[in-house]
Ligand binder design. Structure first.
Ligand SMILES: Cc1cc2nc3c(=O)[nH]c(=O)nc-3n(C[C@H](O)[C@H](O)[C@H](O)COP(=O)(O)OP(=O)(O)OC[C@H]3O[C@@H](n4cnc5c(N)ncnc54)[C@H](O)[C@@H]3O)c2cc1C
Length: 489
């Protein structure tokens, strides 16, 4: 269909992309080459900013009901406490990291998507594509093996780490493979020395051991296997995990059943551009990194949310393509790079092999994480509530002290920014806000002034980032920004 977006890949990122587009009334088709949905638990951590953003489509409440809230992260070394990080002070309605298996996250997204009449077409593979100024011609192979060529307005590649779209575009996926092999599993267990609201990292000379509780008697356990051998590592069985837990852990933990295990090595790679004409890359197709910090799926979901409202405004004729769609790469690529850097640093710190450096690390981590601003900076980074887009071409002029591009926290008692059926900017203010909405019907809605900025007009994007803020009576100063986005300038 000519005016339809093709989403390739029905993992968490593709499902989020399709859901956001469908919610905003954009025709979307989502395909996945695998006939059946994945049932392995893979990414288990859902961080506060992801929950804030998924609240716009009503997903978060259901996810929270299915997951386990973790509010403390303990770090221990040689059996002694090194640091304890509290997540409860994260400035969000979701001050915790939610542990929920990825198949549950995908199931909730799929259910919501079905509510808009869109069902992923399983067993349908994207084989190739061509693009021109007007659209994308995609070669698809259906589940019965028949091939067809179909036309779409845009293609969003959510086709994972081995993205065929990225290969076909010839885009570089620069980066490295880290030197250790890893194994992980979800187990039933007893004797975990913390409540199920607390996760734990045990530093050990032979390699770290991590516990992410998913229920009082169930946890994700991750540990390193040693230097990479060059062949894909094999997952350990329960008995072998038990041995490593006894050697590296606090003692007293007994594994009582295996839900799922896997093994992996860590790649740190990022694609050179998130956009190529009418084709966009999101999620693992664009960036892969260490699972330390559990950021992969979260960053991918936030890629999708960043792109979807822009693509919706352009598809629905509310905004012109250039500035709006170019901003996706400008905003999200630095975030991906930052996640790769931070998760890589955490992994390298946890896997130091030199005894003197291990000791120094323990001292530094203890000292630094004892300083509240350092804890705040770390939890802000991990929860992604400190992510912002200061260099965005969508930012208006700085009219006051607020920084365009910064996150606007959800406002209690009001619907999330960007919720509902239209991708609207929120003009939060008084008479000036009303004038702005009248000037840009279908693009801007009026809302109450933001708490703490009662005299100001704050223009908030559909994904909850500040586009501009200034005195309410100076609303005309925001007109050029919206005019430019509409493409009338
Ligand atoms: C074994 C394993 C364990 C993991 N563990 C963790 C973890 O502990 N913590 C963590 O944060 N992250 C983990 N991850 C990573 C996490 O699962 C990913 O970050 C997340 O799934 C990214 O979502 P995505 O939608 O971008 O890609 P994916 O979930 O990979 O989805 C891509 C989809 O695209 C489909 N597809 C591919 N090519 C085509 C095509 N040509 N046509 C149509 N469809 C196509 C695939 O079938 C797949 O369903 C793990 C990943 C794996 C594989």
């Amino acid at each position: 269909m000519e005016n339809q977006v093709l989403v390739a890949g029905a993992g968490p990122v593709g499902l989020t992309m399709a859901l956001e587009l469908a919610r905003y009334g954009v025709a979307v088709r989502i395909i996945d080459r695998i006939a059946d949905a994945e049932h392995s638990s893979r990414a288990v951590a859902v961080w506060p900013r992801t929950l804030e953003l998924l609240d716009r489509s009503g997903v978060s409440r259901e996810l929270v009901e299915r997951g386990n809230k973790v509010t403390v992260a303990n770090i221990l070394s040689g059996g002694k406490p090194v640091a304890s990080i509290s997540l409860e002070k994260i400035p969000s309605p979701y001050p915790f990291v939610l542990m929920v298996p990825q198949y549950e996250t995908e199931a909730v997204l799929r259910d919501r998507l079905a509510g808009y009449g869109v069902v992923p077409q399983r067993g349908v593979e994207l084989l190739a594509f061509d693009q021109d100024e007007a659209g994308v011609s995609a070669r698809l192979r259906a589940a019965d093996g028949t091939e067809s060529s179909e036309r779409f307005s845009w293609l969003v590649a959510c086709d994972g780490a081995h993205s065929v779209v990225r290969h076909l575009l010839g885009l570089d996926f620069k980066g490295d493979t880290l030197g250790l092999d890893w194994t992980q599993g979800d187990f039933h267990l007893s004797g975990y020395p913390f409540p199920s609201t607390q996760m734990a990292v045990f530093y050990h000379a032979d390699g770290p051991l991590l516990f992410f509780p998913m229920a009082p008697d169930r946890a994700r356990v991750i540990t390193s296997l040693g230097p990479a051998t060059g062949v894909p590592p094999a997952a350990l069985d329960q008995q072998a995990f038990q041995k490593l837990i006894e050697a590296r852990g606090p003692g007293g933990i007994t594994l009582a059943g295996t839900v799922w295990t896997s093994a992996f090595h860590i790649n740190e790679r990022q694609v050179e551009s998130y956009r190529s004409g009418r084709v966009f890359l999101a999620g693992d197709a664009a960036h892969i990194h260490s699972p330390a910090g559990g950021q992969g799926m979260n960053t991918g979901i936030q890629d999708a949310i960043n792109l979807a409202w822009k693509l919706a405004q352009v598809s629905l004729g509310k905004a012109a393509g250039t500035a709006m769609l170019d901003s996706y790469d400008v905003e999200r690529r630095p975030v991906g790079a930052q996640v790769i850097e931070a998760s890589g640093r955490m992994t390298r710190m946890a896997t130091l092999s030199n005894t003197a450096l291990q000791h120094l690390r323990d001292v530094m981590v203890h000292l630094l994480l004892g300083v509240p601003p350092v804890q705040r900076a770390l939890t802000g980074l991990m929860s992604e509530v400190s992510v912002g887009y200061p260099e965005s071409p969508l930012n208006g002029p700085p009219l006051g002290s607020a920084k365009p591009g910064s996150r606007v926290p959800p406002v209690a008692g009001t619907p999330p920014f960007g919720s509902g059926r239209a991708p609207l900017f929120a003009a939060c203010g008084g008479a000036g806000a009303a004038s702005l909405a009248t000037r840009f019907p279908g693009l801007v809605e009026v809302r109450q002034p933001l708490p703490g900025s009662e005299d100001l007009l704050s223009l908030v994007r559909p994904d909850g980032y500040l586009a501009a803020q200034g005195p309410d009576e100076d609303w005309v100063l925001m007109v050029p920004l919206l005019t430019r986005l509409q493409g009338n300038d």
